[in-house]
Write a protein that binds this ligand. Structure first.
Ligand code: HAM
Length: 430
C-alpha cells in the first residue's frame, strides 16, 4: 500500500513554535502601552468582501492588483482574506456606528493578514500585524500623539535610537497636481524607465518615487518635490506635526520619496525601517487617510493609524539583549515541576500532588509511565525542561513525605507531604 502523503504548511505560511512566546510578549506590551493612551482592542473578521479592499485600498495598489487571496463563496460572492487592517476598521466604524460614541475613536488590533507575495526572509503570505487607528480628528496633534504612542511602545520593547521617516503626501488635489508634474518631468525619460514604472506613469506616478532601481533613483534626484506643491492647509498641518514632534524629542527624518503603497493615504505618512532586517526592512508603516471613510460610503471623517509587521518586530526583539533576557526569565518561571510517582498504584496520587501544586500557582506536569525504569522517567522529565522533580513511592507515603530533587545540581531533600506545595513554591522561587 502506498504511504499516505503528509501535509505541509502552505508556501509562505509558518507554524509559530519557538517564536510563540515572543509573539505573546510583544502583544502584551502593545495592550499595556496602547491602553495607557486610551485605545481599546477590537477584532474584525479575517475574511471581508473583496470590494471593501478594492475601494478602500485602491485598485491601482500592488496589494489589491496582485496580492489578494480572493475566492468565491458557495453563493458566488467574492471574498478576500484581509491583506491589511485599516479598511476593515473603517468598515467596522460605519457598521457599528462608532460615530455615536466618544470621539475620536481609538482602537488597536492584532492578528494574521494575507498577501500573495513572493516569500522571502521577512516577507510571508500569512504575516501578522499589530495596528492602531484614531478616527475622527483631523488635527495634527493626533498625528503627533499617535507617533509618540508608537515610539513609547517600541522603546518599552527595548529599541533605541529608532528614526521615523516622515513625509506628507498632501490632500487629493495636491497629489493630483504633483502627479501631473512628476509625469511631465519623467515623460522625456520614459524609455529609461522599467516596465513597472512605465505602467505607473499612466496609473499612479507617485508610486515611482519609491522605486528601488538605481537608474530611476538617479533620474528622480532632479524631480519636483511633493512638499513644494502642498496646498496651504496640508503644508500648515505638516509644519505643526514637525514642530510638535521636535518638541517631544522625537527623532525623525523628512523623506521626500516616502509615498506608501496603499492608495488611501493623505497628508502625514511615516515608516520605520531597520538596517538589521535585510531587504524587507520596514518594521511598520502608517499615515492619515482622511478620505477613506467617505470612499466607503460614509461621511467625511478623517483618520490616522499605523500597522507594525509583527513577524519582523519579533525577529528584531529577539536580537535585543534586554528583551531576550526577559523572555528567558519568563520561560524559566513557567518551567513545570515534574511529579514522578514510583509504582503504578500511585499514579492517581501523583495527579493529586500535581493539582495541589497548580492550585498554589506552580506549573506542574505528571510523569505517569511507571512501567519504565526510574532513570528513563527522570530523563523524560529533563526533556520537558523540568528543573524540579517531586518523587514519591510507598516509603514516602507511609512516612508522610515527598522527595524534592533539583535537577541542576542533583541535590535532593525530603519534605513533609503536608503543605508540600508551599515548600516547593518557596524553593523554586528562592
Ligand atoms: P503596510 O505598510 O502595507 O501598511 O504594512 C505594514 C507593515 O506590515 C509593513 O511595514 C511590514 O512590516 C508588514 N508587512 C506587510 N506585508 C508583509 C508581508 N508580506 N510579510 C511580512 N510582513 C509584512 C498597512 O498595512 C496599513 N494598513 C497600515 C496603516 C494603518 N495605515 C494606517 N493605518
Amino acid at each position: 500500500m502506498a504511504a499516505k502523503r503528509r501535509f505541509q504548511t502552505i508556501k509562505g505560511m509558518h507554524d509559530l513554535v519557538d517564536k510563540a512566546p515572543a509573539f505573546a510578549f510583544v502583544e502584551e506590551k502593545a495592550r499595556e502601552v496602547f491602553s495607557l493612551f486610551g485605545y481599546r482592542e477590537v477584532r474584525t473578521p479575517v475574511v471581508e468582501e473583496t470590494e471593501l479592499f478594492v475601494r478602500g485600498v485602491g485598485e491601482g495598489s500592488e496589494v489589491v492588483g496582485k496580492q489578494m487571496y480572493s475566492f468565491d463563496d458557495k453563493k458566488g460572492r467574492s471574498l478576500t482574506l484581509r491583506p491589511e487592517g485599516t479598511a476593515p476598521i473603517a468598515r467596522a466604524y460605519l457598521q457599528n456606528n462608532w460615530a455615536s460614541g466618544p470621539q475620536p475613536v481609538k482602537v488597536f488590533y492584532m492578528g494574521p493578514y494575507f498577501r500573495y507575495e513572493r516569500p522571502q526572509e521577512g516577507r510571508y503570505r500569512q504575516f501578522h500585524q499589530i495596528g492602531a487607528e484614531l478616527i475622527g480628528d483631523p488635527g495634527p496633534y493626533s498625528d503627533v500623539e499617535l507617533l509618540v504612542m508608537l515610539l513609547r511602545f517600541l522603546e518599552e520593547l527595548g529599541f533605541e535610537d529608532l528614526e521615523v521617516g516622515l513625509n506628507s503626501v498632501g490632500d487629493v488635489d495636491c497629489r493630483e497636481r504633483y502627479s501631473e508634474r512628476l509625469r511631465e518631468f519623467l515623460e522625456p525619460y520614459r524609455d529609461e524607465l522599467g516596465a513597472d514604472s512605465r505602467r505607473r506613469l499612466e496609473t499612479n506616478p507617485l508610486r515611482i518615487l519609491d522605486t528601488k532601481t538605481p537608474r530611476e533613483r538617479e533620474l528622480l534626484e532632479g524631480a519636483p518635490r511633493l512638499r513644494d506643491v502642498l496646498g496651504g492647509p496640508a503644508r500648515d498641518h505638516f509644519q505643526v506635526v514637525r514642530d510638535e514632534l521636535e518638541q517631544f524629542g522625537v527623532d525623525f527624518e523628512i523623506d521626500d520619496r516616502l509615498v506608501r503603497g496603499l492608495d488611501y493615504y493623505t497628508r502625514t505618512v511615516f515608516e520605520i525601517t531597520s538596517a538589521d532586517l535585510g531587504a524587507q526592512n520596514a518594521i511598520l508603516g502608517g499615515g492619515r487617510y482622511d478620505g477613506l471613510i467617505a470612499e466607503l460610503g460614509g461621511p467625511s471623517v478623517p483618520g490616522i493609524g499605523f500597522a507594525i509587521g509583527q513577524d519582523r518586530l519579533v525577529d528584531l526583539v529577539l536580537k535585543i539583549p534586554g528583551a531576550s533576557a526577559r523572555l528567558n526569565a519568563e520561560a524559566h518561571r513557567r518551567q513545570p515541576v515534574c511529579v514522578v510517582p514510583i509504582g503504578s498504584s500511585y499514579r492517581g496520587h501523583g495527579m493529586v500532588l500535581a493539582q495541589e501544586l497548580r492550585a498554589a500557582g506552580v506549573p506542574a506536569i505528571c510523569e505517569f509511565d511507571s512501567l519504565r525504569p526510574l532513570k528513563a522517567r527522570l530523563k523524560q522529565a529533563a526533556r520537558h525542561r523540568c528543573r524540579w522533580i517531586v518523587l514519591f513511592g510507598e516509603d514516602e507515603l507511609v512516612a508522610g513525605t515527598v522527595v524534592l530533587r533539583d535537577f541542576t545540581n542533583s541535590t535532593q531533600e525530603t519534605i513533609s507531604r503536608d503543605g508540600f506545595a508551599a515548600t516547593v513554591k518557596a524553593r523554586i522561587s528562592a
